[in-house]
Design a protein around this ligand. Sequence first.
Ligand SMILES: O=C(O)CCC(=O)C(=O)O
Length: 266
Amino acid sequence: MRASLIQIGVDQDEPVEARRARAASLVREQAAADLVVLPELWTVGAFAFDSFTAAAEPVRGPGARTAEAMSEAAREARVWLHAGSVVERATGESGEAVYYNTALVFSPDGELAATYRKIHRFGFDRGEATLMSAGAEPVAVPLPDTTLGLATCYDLRFPELFRALTDAGAQTLVVSAGWPERRAAHWSLLVRARAVENQAYVLACGTAGAHAGVPQAGRSVIVDPWGETLAEAEDAEEQVVAADLDPAYVAKVRADFPVLRDRVLR
Ligand SMILES: O=C(O)CCC(=O)C(=O)O
């Protein structure tokens, strides 16, 4: 199973519409892959808080521009597509607008197979943490050859989410991110930790460039269930990071070195 991570560049000078079209064409170029992954909030930029509400869009129906473009790209390339995340505009209980950082997964037929609302919002008392609502549900997505477990950026710091995804059957953990350069060492360490402790593939896709003046770490990486790096971006330039995954290897590692079986606390 071939996975391609598109570490797309986010430059605030490029209109979102142009980046959407560029992302779609980058996805189409990965038609040889089975699974393609884009990063977090690549439309607006993960740190462009001032633009979040203006850039918000539904994930289905009229005005779902990113979802429409990504559905078409997945269908044309015939790939499973984790299309990164968008600022989702939804309606709250009293009819008010509420916002989520929502990841979208499309099937090769272009169907919206799953959405995941980021559970851990970043920013402490500022930015995303105040502008967005938190998701509540871990999301695992069965594909023909593996089950994906979905996580977005800051979620990477919360191992209990990844354990819940593993318990839900995830064998390939996908982290879609806009991780800043100044904490790149944490990114590299935590991605490998999540792979080793859950004995799962981790596909961690960051962005290139700078979001609202925040330089990005890039360093998208594919790690196998034994913690070996299969492919990695060395910097934060726009590029594709790709590797072949062997879905049977997850079961082999879990059987040969049965750490998950030895859990005591649940
Ligand atoms: O945890 C971090 O250091 C970065 C998290 C982040 O940038 C995000 O979730 O948007």
